[in-house]
Design a protein around this ligand. Structure first.
Ligand SMILES: [Zn+2]
Length: 724
């Protein structure tokens, strides 16, 4: 669910990540002796959480006016705690340095929970002003911690001591992760290099901002307006929303195709107007690449030079090598190796897809050759002809309430979790739409936590679906239960009517619930061990998607909204058969971007011509001319509007290799996807340890070997390489 994650990083998790990278204490309570030194505060958003279930966020007491001062005071309090740790006169130990760091920042974490709700679920223009005010302050706060010399000296002393006398496994992992994080952020540098490092970071952050603004300019500035006679092929819903957008832009009676993926994609899939498809396609894929003042090519070259210079200060050859060292892939060669192994099959499949589409176009007459703006349109026609899958028929079996029950059933079978609705009014919620369940262990009845579900779209809520936590599991300071939430944008049905969703949306619903189960299953002692590894954390959620199409879920929960009959076997078969459709297109467009991301960061950026580099790289790859990269370089926001996905876009496929391979383990187990023994192993090694075990090691413990790409190739309908 790439786009969801990306948005999450940009608008919601980024501040949390900044803080999270430093304010490890995701949820620990404020120790009294430290609190006494803190500035006096009466801000309710910094308060301890009280009430049932180990304390819950006071969502009924929050308001925008308190957020800014809560974050500012929270940062101040955290910095004071950090200073106290750094200035401790006792010799540094795990307990007085690392454990105290894990404990610090609790009040700030509370404030960030409310901040997160306003930014993702309940945004307003008033709150967006607060966000812009806070962004530079949060960044400054974060630098103050990474550049705290005394603090790092203590961390380093604990780390070096642990190299002579190893700590307990999980403590050792915490020390390693924290030491590495500081080191990677320049903590080891001398004063001169530190100053240059800070200068580069500052310059980069303004280049990221320019990059995003240029893309935004080209998205907002190139809307295609249609007249009534140009709507051929488009659905009623699409036309209705296009009319609304046009009228909001002062073009009453016309229809707006905005220059964004959510508008471009359906337009290119359904519009019968070939010239307009070409125009919309060209607008979209030339964002940031128009040779005007909003062109991003020179900005990208600068970003690449600065990134290389910054990691060079720390002795690294290139940015990719620096970035991947604590990822599951470990180094750029491993990531490239995977992508290059899949690439030939993907482009070979494109050739077959194009041949199918060309045959269909020829049958229609009109002598056209398939061009990039034709791909989606003819692919849709081939899909209808080959698979005869009616998405409206499928929807009749996908009711949101039943899907929720299905997920709870799966969680019960695999994780031994029970979900019981919490009586309304006992736990505060930020909107009446939000429902809460208590999660308990089936056998012991012990409380695991609370599951919050915010299912419906509303103004101010960001698009897509996501999962998050308000409190994570830890035991080092007394056992804390988990408060996790799932969020989606379904349209609320009329009272008494079932909410019917598409197969894709049902899959996403399971996906996000997989993230929640990953939170609930945690058994780590320290907050830092709950952290995610970019090319690994999508694996657990992708894996859970696979239970949607299991027999027990289909028979008991995918039932017709009127007749209550389970989805017929023929329909299930059609869905499964259609799953590999158009994999040439989607794998190739994704991989072209992922390979480009890596190659750009491995190249020498001195005097680089981005446009020529992209062209030459695609030529070397034998990129099929009938489709573009999913994100062309001049608007590749994952990589150039920040650092979240720089040399990390490969991560989706990396995680998918694990997903396919682990799914086959279940498919082959004696009791299939409900095999208790294998499920226990999955919970024990893949879910519960979070980041307490090296991901590669965790996977080997589950599977008895490393993941192979064969299963991914089979899932996508590609031939499996004979040497495996
Ligand atoms: Zn996800």
């Amino acid at each position: 669910m790439g786009s969801f994650i990306f948005t999450a990083m940009k608008r919601f998790h980024l501040p949390l990540m900044l803080a999270g990278a430093i304010a490890f204490g995701a949820c620990s309570e404020q120790p009294q002796e430290v609190k006494d030194d803190m500035p006096e505060t009466t801000n309710p958003l910094l308060s301890e959480w009280t009430g049932p279930y180990g304390g819950v966020p006071a969502f009924d007491e929050m308001n925008v006016a308190d957020v800014q001062s809560a974050i500012e005071q929270g940062m101040e309090m955290h910095l004071a705690e950090i200073d106290a740790i750094a200035n401790n006169e006792d010799a540094p130990t795990f307990e007085n340095t690392i454990e105290e760091m894990e404990r610090a920042g609790a009040a700030l974490d509370h404030a960030f929970t409310y901040y997160g709700i306003y930014s993702a679920n309940m945004s307003t223009p008033e709150f967006r002003d607060v966000q812009s005010e806070l962004a530079p302050k949060i960044s400054e706060y974060s630098t103050k911690i990474t550049q705290n010399k005394k603090l790092f000296a203590r961390i380093k002393a604990v780390y070096e001591q642990s190299q002579r006398e190893p700590l307990e496994a999980d403590q050792q992992r915490v020390v390693n992760l924290i030491y590495k994080r500081f080191e990677m952020n320049g903590a080891e540098l001398d004063a001169e290099k530190k100053a240059r490092y800070a200068e580069i970071s500052k310059e980069l952050s303004s280049l990221y901002n320019d990059f995003s603004n240029n893309v935004l300019h080209d998205e907002e500035g190139y809307i295609t307006y249609l007249t009534e006679d140009q709507l051929g092929g488009l659905s009623e819903d699409f036309i209705k929303s296009a009319a609304e957008i046009a009228s909001a832009n002062g073009k009453e009676g016309m229809y707006a195709i905005t220059n964004t993926r959510s508008s471009m994609d359906p337009f290119l899939t359904y519009s019968t107007e070939r010239e307009l498809r070409k125009q919309v396609w060209t607008n979209y894929y030339s964002r940031g690449d128009k040779g005007d003042e909003y062109d991003n090519n020179e900005i990208i070259a600068k970003i690449l030079r600065l990134r290389k210079e910054r990691v060079g200060l720390m002795g690294y050859d290139n940015y990719a090598e620096w970035r991947l060292q604590n990822r599951m892939a470990k180094n750029p060669e491993n990531a490239m190796g995977l992508m290059e192994a899949v690439w030939p099959a993907a482009i070979a499949r494109v050739a077959e897809e194009v041949a199918d589409m060309q045959a269909l176009a020829d049958e229609e007459g009109g002598s056209i050759t398939i061009e990039p703006w034709d791909y989606r349109y003819y692919a849709e026609k081939v899909r209808k002809a080959k698979y005869d899958l009616n998405s409206d028929e499928v929807k009749q079996y996908l009711q949101l309430d039943k899907l929720t029950e299905a997920m709870h059933y799966v969680a019960g079978e695999l994780f031994d979790f029970d979900f019981t609705p919490v009586e309304e009014g006992t736990v505060p919620v930020f909107h009446p739409d939000v429902k809460v369940w208590e999660v308990t262990h089936k056998n012991t009845g012990e409380n695991v936590g609370l599951w919050y579900l915010d299912p419906y779209a509303r103004p101010g809520k960001r698009s897509g679906a996501w999962a998050t936590t308000y409190r994570s599991y830890t035991t080092f300071d007394g056992k804390k239960n988990v408060l996790a939430s799932n969020n989606s944008n379904f349209i609320e049905p009329a009272p008494g009517e079932a909410l019917l969703v598409s197969w894709d949306d049902a899959t996403t619903f399971f996906h996000e619930f997989g993230h929640a189960l990953h939170f609930f299953a945690s058994n780590v002692k320290y907050p830092t061990l709950n952290s995610g590894v970019r090319d690994y954390t999508e694996f657990q959620s992708q894996l859970l998607e696979r239970w949607l199409a299991t027999d027990r879920v289909i028979e008991n929960f995918l039932v017709h909204q009127e007749t209550g009959e389970p989805m017929p076997a023929e329909l299930v078969a059609k869905i499964k058969k259609a799953a590999t459709f158009n994999q040439g297109f989607s794998t190739t467009e994704y991989l072209a971007s992922a390979i480009m991301d890596m190659k750009l960061h491995l190249a020498d950026p001195e005097g680089i011509d981005i446009d020529a580099f992209e062209r030459n790289t695609l030529e070397e790859l034998n990129m099929p001319s009938e489709l573009p990269m999913r994100h062309r370089t001049p608007h590749f926001g994952h990589v150039f509007s920040g650092e979240g996905y720089a040399t990390a876009y490969y991560g989706y496929m990396w995680a998918d290799v694990l997903t396919s391979d682990a799914s086959e383990a279940f498919a082959e187990a004696p009791n299939g996807f409900y095999d208790k023994e294998l499920a226990d192993k999955a919970v024990k090694y893949l879910f519960a340890p979070r980041n307490a075990i090296d991901p590669a090691e965790a996977y080997r413990l589950f599977r008895g070997r490393d993941a192979k790409i064969d299963a991914l190739m089979r899932d996508r309908g590609f031939p499996v390489p004979s040497n495996g």
